[in-house]
Design a protein around this ligand. Sequence first.
Ligand code: 5AD
Length: 446
Amino acid sequence: MNERDSEAVAAMLRARGYRIVDSEHDCDVLLLNTCSVRDAAEQKAIGKAGHVAARHRKNPDFVLGILGCMAQNRGAELLDKLPDVDLIVGTQKFHQVPDYLDNLRAAREAGVPIAETIVDIGEEAGSQNTIRDHLDTEEKQVTAFVSIQQGCNMDCHFCIVPKTRGDERSRPMEDIVAECRQLAAKGVKEITLLGQIVTSYGRRDYVHTGGVSPFVQLIEKVHEIDGIERIRFTSPHPRGFKDDLVEAYGRLPKLCEYVHLPMQSGSDRILKAMNRPYSSARYKEIVDALRAVRPDMYFSTDIIVGFPGEAEEDFEQTRALFEACNYDMAYIFKYSIRSGTVAADLGDQIPDEVKEHRNQVLLDILRKNSERRNASLLGTVEEVLVEGPDKTGQRFTGRTRGNRVCIFDAHPRLVGQLVPLRIDRVSVSSLYGELVLSGVGETVDA
Ligand code: 5AD
């Protein structure tokens, strides 16, 4: 979500005549987009901003802005720690950044001293429709994030997002589809539909038709677009993951067999304390139903270890469900107190070393799963979407439908193409192989 927001701000600035430079050391304007989900993310952003602010001394034209969730969460209070920040812009005001920058720079050029930082963290009706601009770069764009919704009304007791992102608002379906069509026309092959709780998409604006939810209706419409070959989404909520969405995997081949389904905990007692309205049994039922429709499904999840009151037996239930779901990928977080959330005021906070231990237990399982999955791909031919040069610039990188990163030799003209790759070497995190001319999906003797 943050990457998408940053891209949109960059695109708007580029349209105003600003140039995006390769290195932060060469810029006159530095905008930090920030996350508030855990305290560590905020501390990192504050550290970075403090360090960068020193540049004002050398370059009086320098502009430093803090955007996004931490700006929204802390507002002008940030100036206590970071007095040299010029711009603080919240999550509903990203589209104002170009005007604020122009104003700041014009005032400085005119020699008008601006004593005060511009702070805008207000709410704005319709702001879910403002994140839509994509960067027009020379490089070919192969994959794209498309924002379908802003905010969240779920009130999970650990989570700061309803405060930083505001009420749940959906973009009109036709706007989203039009954006996807434009992206397809530019050569984009893979779309990731983005929202805090995509399974609730459009629930106030559209009706179910024939048992099909507005979110699945949206997927169907994107599926019809020629040129779009792969569809992903993040993040769904188990509560909204109903049969219509499970069945969609059976009939919509562009829907990639990779589902990120946040579990948070495998203990019903803790799920209740988190205000997550599903049971561990229901969660497992969704995973099983998806595997029944697509036996080759890849799963990833979000887990919080050390939520207040999480006893050894609660964690044991999380570990057991984590093991049973056989995840290919997971984001495991140590619970972080977020002031203003319900859980922040709960007693029985879990000591750090216990969180660390539980974190390690799950990471060990994940590493084994990932190794096992990757080993099972040795000798097979996978469909890979070529995204561009890898980090070294020597080879190319792309991902399988199951979202595994692949590294291989290719010709630049294959960027943006779906190609068959025979996997001949694997690590925990990546697959390595050679392009083949034979069909995709067949198994070749290793
Ligand atoms: N502490 C730790 N992890 C958190 N998450 C959200 N809030 C917290 C918190 N206070 C995790 C959840 C969520 C992911 C984006 O971040 O697992 O799904």
